[in-house]
Design a protein around this ligand. Structure first.
Ligand code: ACO
Length: 319
């Protein structure tokens, strides 16, 4: 049995923050941000909206798209590093709000690689026969953890949620996964405050990042994850119909596809509209690609993510 993606959904907050808006807050410009990242604008939640609110809308859309009722869900996994509270999990909040009373639920924390790790876990559970129907969500509101005086980070991130419904299927679905962690590099991307090391946020509750180090890692991670997941499936890039990479920075994507000789038409990019939405990045792009008709039945799709930890992973999916 394979884990087939039978429905997708997503949610973006209404508020748009453009590069010009940011240039009024920090010393930057639309030109600099576009040239160095490819980002033109991003979506930002209001103070009253938490991660579970975005996750709920994305999940409802994915369930409607899949024509699956909440009662059919056996497991909910929410991939997030910005939960509403340390506990309960966003997945449990979602279980209650969806009235998915037959489901178990937990959160998975792997920052921007979260959705790829979540898909690896969910597909393994389906392949093992443990579950037949799983709701998998990637949702983050990292703009709530940005230092709006730090131009090295505040220009990069946006908020969103993306969801998929997975169902056991004999023919199509996830055919390979790759995942890896490099905890020795963990200090290059950190949220120091709020955890048990610093519950009172003495070290700040904002994202701190060594952009150059993360960039070098990201280029290596994206390339390695594509090579490794293709190796796991005995496929070559010629077989791939669409690559959906983590939407962090167009220079990371361009660098890798140029080095690997991958055609641009096979790569999905929407970061210009949303920036880096962390665990939502890949499922949001997948939902848009599916809605735009970029995916046909039988297509081979590669999903790749990298993020804090540092972590990286990829999934190969027959659509
Ligand atoms: N506007 C204008 N100038 C800026 C800005 C800005 N927003 N940010 C930095 N600069 C300046 C710097 O101060 C520096 O000036 P100097 O030469 O006078 O010292 C100059 O621009 C170049 O700075 P760099 O840091 O070398 O810029 P770089 O080209 O590396 O781009 C960036 C910075 C965009 C952050 C890049 O390093 C990057 O994208 N890194 C990867 C980040 C990433 O993808 N993180 C997410 C990981 S996923 C997750 O899990 C969260």
């Amino acid at each position: 049995m394979k884990a087939k993606i039978i429905g997708t959904g997503s949610c973006i907050p209404a508020k748009v923050v453009t590069n010009d808006d940011l240039s009024k807050i920090v010393e930057t410009s639309d030109e600099w941000i576009r040239e160095r990242t490819g980002i033109r604008e991003r979506r930002v939640t209001d103070a009253a909206t938490a991660t579970s609110d975005l996750a709920l809308v994305a999940a409802e859309k994915a369930l409607a798209n899949a024509k699956v009722s909440a009662a059919e869900i056996e497991l909910i996994i929410v991939c997030t590093c910005s939960p509403d509270t340390l506990f309960p999990s966003v997945a449990c909040i979602l279980q209650d709000k969806l009235k998915a009373t037959n489901a178990s639920a937990f959160d998975l924390s792997s920052a921007c690689a979260g959705f790829n790790f979540g898909l690896a876990v969910a597909s393994s559970l389906i392949e093992a026969g443990r579950h037949k129907t799983i709701l998998l969500v990637g949702a983050d509101t990292l703009t709530k953890y940005l230092d709006w005086t730090d131009r090295g980070t505040c220009i990069l991130f946006g908020d969103a949620a993306g969801a998929v419904v997975l169902k056991a299927d004999q023919d199509s679905g996830v055919i390979g996964n790759f995942w890896k962690a490099e905890g020795n590099l963990r200090n290059s991307l950190v949220m120091p405050g709020g955890g048990s090391r610093d519950p009172e946020n003495k070290n700040g509750r904002f994202i701190r990042m060594d952009g150059k180090e993360v960039f070098k890692f990201a280029v290596r991670a994206l390339e390695t994850s594509i090579i490794e997941v293709l190796k796991a499936t005995s496929c070559s890039f010629d077989d791939v119909n669409l690559l959906i990479p983590h939407q962090a920075n167009i220079r990371i994507i361009d660098h890798v596809i140029k080095k690997m000789g991958l055609p641009k038409e096979k790569v999905y990019v929407n970061l210009q509209k949303y920036g880096n939405t962390s665990a939502a990045s890949v499922p949001l792009a997948l939902d848009e690609a599916a809605t735009e008709g970029r995916l046909k039945r039988g297509d081979l799709v590669i999903l790749s993510g990298f993020g804090a930890g540092l972590t990286y992973g990829a999934n190969a999916v027959i659509w």
